[in-house]
Ligand binder design. Sequence first.
Ligand code: FES
Length: 315
Amino acid sequence: MGNKICVDAGSEYCPCHLAKSGDCISCSLLSGKDLCECNLKGICIYQNFKKNNEKISDAREGILCKVLKKKEIETNVYLISISIPKYLAHELIHPGSYILLKDKKRKDDMFNSPISVMNIDFKNYILDIVIESLGPKTKDLLNSDTVFIKGPYTNGIFGIKYFKKLKSKKVLILAKGLSSVTLVNAVNNLLKNNNEVRVFFDNSGKKIQEVEKILKESNIDIKHFDFKNNENIIRKELKKGVDMVFSAGSNHFNKNTMNIVDSIDTTISLAITNNNLICCGEGICGACIVKIKGEKMKTCKTQIEPRLYLKEALK
Ligand code: FES
């Protein structure tokens, strides 16, 4: 499968250590092939790498940030507000942005937790995230008053290209549970391009009221219902004419969304949350690998076509 798209390609984090080790995701020449197979527009990763004497870009570094507030918003689910530097705030606004977070006392990166960006207050440079207390890493974070944040990472959504190209179109968002935290950045991005956005929440999942409050401030049309028993409401909405669907939920939820969408119109663009296990976020550890058509893909950095992902990786 040629032409893989690395979310970091052409960014300040490219070329990375994967270029040096011969494992570049996007450049076939820097992954052991003899011919250029990429169709990247703009910067040539290969030439950039060679021109700079095979020097790789500086990796993301953990920065120490103060936790300002913690509030339990659902059983074992906490809203955390963290003071962050201005530059980082502006780099975390993209759909699918996430960070790696660990308590300041932890030296070892195995304590890093990947956490989606929920919202950013640009007046005071405060990042809001939501953490569910699940195990040692998250419990550690919830007891912490100062944390190391590494970021930005941006592959929290598959189908980012649709967010980039959609202008003045109709978008339907289906969301359930904690994945709803990805909606703020996604909706802000869609509104910037004059898209009309409607949001349906499946009310059988955990509720993140704060997300809904923020969306209401942007006058987003919101509906709540139990999707399982009311799929026809979704079908009816799709039949009215929708250009893109963003499904924010578990893999099972996203697959179900795809099946409903495809039963109406297979040409509707589909974006989904990336729910894979992420550990290093840099393409090194392999924790995030899935097999697509027999090929191993590092999902922390590789954009995968959502329908292909749902059909192949979840077989
Ligand atoms: S999370 Fe380590 S390679 Fe993707």
